[in-house]
Design a protein around this ligand. Structure first.
Ligand code: GLC
Length: 554
């Protein structure tokens, strides 16, 4: 593919509420991010994706926007944001912001006007349907019907997520125009691009047919008529033409439901976005309906297959956004390493495994410290609305409270949203005040300060790994080279990266036992490895437990 500037980025995702609290109110803020720019620069990141900081009632922590063009007061002011953009630029760091345009908050002025007056033009900015009962049986992503009755009227409005997040009506050209104006306003401000939230939900099947009931609540998952529906490409193409194209900006889309044979439309040479997130391996432990109470067993060979299938599909048409964590996922250490989640060797190999895939690597705050899930003792300790819904649904489906809590602890989005531990002081140095969300107990040990002092820490490993990709002797191959799967044993993930100059063979042992992998040829030189040494004997590479090795064909 033609070279594009964003292929060389190292993206770091910030959840502003939990990154750094500069004014000691227990909530992270924009000034807090600005103050920590030196930290991010030292780590080697080149781009920040900042989760929503728009004005919002914070029902879904900012993914429920009540004003697209102002800043939530708890996060600071527009001046603070301008300052952050300017200071980041001076340090060679670009800023990408979340664009949430499938829905707004019900407290957005448009929705308020739509509710107040059925004849207002804003009524058609949203999806209203008459009826005495909900117009169909679709279940929203956060539980319950997708339809919420309008008080005092025989009408319902539609929401794919929470009832405080009414969906916008993309069929309305006036609404689309308003959104494009807002997007261009942000681009003119000097941001480098967007992460598009839940974008494959914008087109609905307008027959509003019922789906096959799939749970004890008698409802049917709304993806049957609201996810990646025919016609979506027309909307996305128009969006791109009217906004992103004019600024040549970067876009990464949260685009669940895009099958690999539809990828070209999304990320091909003329695709809607620079790249999209593929959730096939992040969600390999839960069913396709996303229910936590239907856990799916998985193995390392399965993880390997999912990753490689994704990489090969993406390589056919475009570029990947590689990630193991984000603000909606549990910590990758706990998910993929289980008993070895506290073992730094294992954490490093897991990190290297995804980092050297073909694509742009995304690091979620705290991943560079090897943070693990934060276990909570009761449902009352959780903040996330989707956790509370999954817990209640688990009980409705016949699980005990203890089982429902276990599933919440395993999968909750709050696992990744705990305040960021800067040091071993109270509240991890995140704030002087009690943080908005309880944090993991391990922060006295797992924190930035401690890890910066330890040259063998996960943090130093991330820093070296970033430098190796960005400016090491094999950067061209590691960034731009093609990828091919390699034979791999039961506990190993393996691939090779290749371009005209070189072939690099990469092995990552995610198991607790040593393993021998056949060497593809005799003349191989180590270019990178974890742990003490690289062992090659009689045509075999002997990987220590949790070791990763990259060899170069001579
Ligand atoms: C996306 C976001 C998630 C949010 C949802 C609704 O999935 O990543 O955090 O809750 O959209 O906006």
């Amino acid at each position: 593919m033609e070279k594009r500037w964003w292929q060389e980025e190292i993206v770091y995702q910030i959840y502003p509420k939990s990154f750094y609290d500069s004014n000691n109110d227990g909530i992270g803020d924009l000034k807090g991010i600005t103050q920590k720019l030196p930290y991010l620069q030292e780590l080697g990141v080149t781009m920040l994706w900042i989760c929503p900081f728009y004005r919002s009632p914070m029902n879904d922590n900012g993914y429920d926007i009540s004003d697209y063009q102002s800043i939530a007061p708890e996060f600071g002011s527009m001046e603070d944001l301008d300052e952050l953009i300017a200071q980041a630029r001076q340090r060679g760091i670009r800023i990408v912001i979340d664009l949430v345009i499938n829905h707004t908050s019900d407290e957005h002025e448009w929705f308020q006007k739509a509710l107040a007056d059925p004849d207002s033009p804003y009524r058609d900015y949203y999806i209203f349907r008459p009826g005495k009962t909900p117009p169909n049986n679709w279940r929203s992503c956060f539980g319950g019907s997708c339809w919420e009755p309008v008080p005092g009227q025989e009408e319902y409005y539609f929401h794919v997520f929470a009832k405080k997040q009414p969906d916008l009506n993309w069929e309305n050209p006036a609404l689309r125009q308003k959104l494009y104006e807002m997007v261009n306003w942000w681009l003119d401000k000097g941001i480098a691009g967007f992460r598009l939230d839940a974008i494959t939900y914008i087109k609905k099947d307008l027959t509003w047919h019922d789906g096959e009931p799939d749970g004890a609540d008698g409802l049917s998952i709304c993806s049957c008529g609201a996810l990646n529906q025919p016609g979506i490409d027309t909307f996305l193409h128009e969006l791109r033409e009217n906004t992103f194209d004019r600024h040549q900006c970067f876009t990464v889309a949260e685009a669940p439901g895009v099958p690999y044979d539809h990828l070209d439309a999304f990320i091909g040479p003329d695709g809607h976005f620079s790249m999209i997130f593929d959730f096939s391996y992040a969600d390999l432990d839960i069913g396709s309906g996303g229910e936590w109470f239907r856990p799916v067993p998985w193995t390392i060979p399965k993880l390997n297959r999912q990753i490689m299938t994704c990489q090969m599909a993406v390589q056919k048409c475009g570029w990947a956004a590689n990630f193991l964590e984000n603000h909606d996922q549990p910590r990758s250490t706990t998910k993929y390493l289980k008993d070895a989640q506290h073992n730094p060797d294992a954490v490093k190999t897991l990190a290297a495994m995804y980092f050297f895939l073909r694509g742009t690597p995304f690091i979620y705050q705290g991943q560079e410290l090897g943070m693990v899930n934060c276990e909570r003792q009761g449902i009352g300790e959780f903040d996330d609305l989707s956790t509370i819904d999954q817990y209640n649904r688990s009980i409705q489906e016949g699980f005990s409270e203890a089982e429902a809590l276990e599933m919440a602890n395993r999968r909750s989005r709050d696992n990744a949203r705990t305040p960021f531990p800067w040091n071993g002081e109270q509240y991890g140095g995140f704030s002087q005040a009690k943080p908005w969300l309880g944090m993991a107990e391990e922060y006295p040990a797992v924190n930035v300060q401690a890890q910066q002092h330890d040259p063998n820490s996960v943090w130093h490993f991330f820093k070296k790994m970033i430098a190796f990709r960005q400016s090491g002797p094999h950067r061209n191959c590691l960034i731009y080279g093609n990828i091919e799967p390699l034979y791999a044993g039961e506990t190993v993930i393996a691939y090779r990266r290749l371009n005209e100059e070189e072939r690099l063979y990469c092995w990552f042992n995610l198991g607790s036992e040593p393993v021998s992998e056949p060497l593809p040829q005799a003349d191989m030189d180590p270019v990178w490895h974890t742990q003490n040494a690289v062992r090659m004997e009689n045509g075999m590479l002997i990987l220590a437990p949790y070791q990763s090795v990259i060899l170069r064909e001579r």
